[in-house]
Design a protein around this ligand. Structure first.
Ligand code: MN
Ligand code: MN
Length: 322
């Protein structure tokens, strides 16, 4: 009753028809798309990772994936800025949530990596809804394995996430990209942070980060240079390499994303973030995640609405890959 399939002219099953079933009715899948088991094959799978055992400050991102799904009910099938209908040309489906061990981070990372490899076995691209940022490491491992080479990465975040350890722990939400560089799964000629800001432990944090190969466009850089210049610099660095995009929702100012674990003042607006993403049109986007949405600190679904639009734009970009 609440999940009438809507097959389009291209043979893809799109979202439940909002003229037939109200948007707020029924169980939530991302953008009211079919579940993975309702389609023969997905070109893009949306998957949740309800895991937040790697956080260093406020917990709660384990509830993020379903919070984003609930806020995604209002997404409509046509994207005017990119002149694209992502669900017409691609079969997109919701693969549900990975069942990840909350008491054992090493096992959780193995599970995410294996699940990501399983889901992408036949060329399906993955858009992952977190969960905390720890999960980017196993997702990048899977992306690099599927690409057959290290991948370029754009990392949107208030934070570098290239710290070494916390309390001796190597695998946390503040360390995934240092591990990824150490493991050789990132193409260090084409990795950049965008939107970083806020106090660090010391200048060494930045020196280490530069040594790993990261370029940085800080949140003040985005403000001073503007979206177009930022996009031009990012495109120049990435070229046609296989690209993974990781979006920590705390890249947005707390005014635009209060529902997150480690908020920092002075962030991007949701408009700036979406415009930068749209500027990536045509790049070879092979995978993406949206992480660190923690609904307990959200107000009026502000953060979840932003995250659902970011996810929608990332899916649209996957369909516009050259
Ligand atoms: Mn962050
Ligand atoms: Mn992060």
């Amino acid at each position: 009753m609440d999940n009438l399939p809507r097959v389009n002219a291209n043979g893809r099953i799109g979202p439940v028809d909002a003229a037939q079933v109200p948007r707020y009715a029924g169980a939530a899948t991302f953008a009211r798309l079919p579940r993975l088991d309702q389609v023969e094959r997905a070109e893009v799978a949306v998957v949740g990772v309800p895991f937040d055992s790697g956080v260093s400050y406020r917990p709660g991102a384990r509830f993020g994936s379903n919070h984003i799904r609930e806020a995604s009910r209002l997404l409509r099938p046509y994207h005017p800025e990119l002149d694209a209908s992502p669900f017409e040309n691609l079969q997109v489906a919701d693969a549900g949530d990975m069942a990840v061990n909350p008491f054992n981070i090493n096992e959780a990372i193995e599970t995410v990596q294996q699940n990501a490899l399983d889901l992408t076995e036949h060329g399906t691209k993955l858009l992952t809804l977190g969960g905390d940022h720890t999960i980017a490491l196993p997702l990048l491992r899977a992306a690099a394995e599927r690409a057959g080479s290290p991948v370029a990465m754009l990392h949107f975040d208030a934070h570098l996430d290239t710290w070494d350890t916390y309390f001796g722990a190597e695998y946390t939400h503040g360390t995934p990209f240092r591990r990824a560089v150490e493991e050789g799964i990132l193409d260090t000629d084409a990795i950049s942070h965008v939107g970083t800001r806020g106090p660090l432990y010391g200048r060494k944090d930045l020196e280490d980060d530069r040594r790993f190969g990261f370029g940085i466009l800080t949140s003040p850089d985005v403000f001073r240079q503007g979206v177009d210049e930022v996009v031009a610099k990012l495109r120049d660095r990435i070229g046609n390499r296989p690209l993974y995009v990781s979006v920590d929702i705390d890249v947005l100012d707390p005014a635009h994303a209060p529902g997150t674990g480690t908020p920092e003042a002075g962030g991007l607006t949701s408009r700036e973030l979406l415009e930068i993403l749209r500027g990536l049109r045509g790049l070879n986007l092979v995978g993406a995640d949206v992480v660190e949405v923690a609904p307990a600190y959200d107000h009026a679904d502000v953060t979840a609405v932003a995250a659902s639009h970011v996810a929608y734009d990332l899916i649209t970009l996957m369909g516009l890959t050259a």
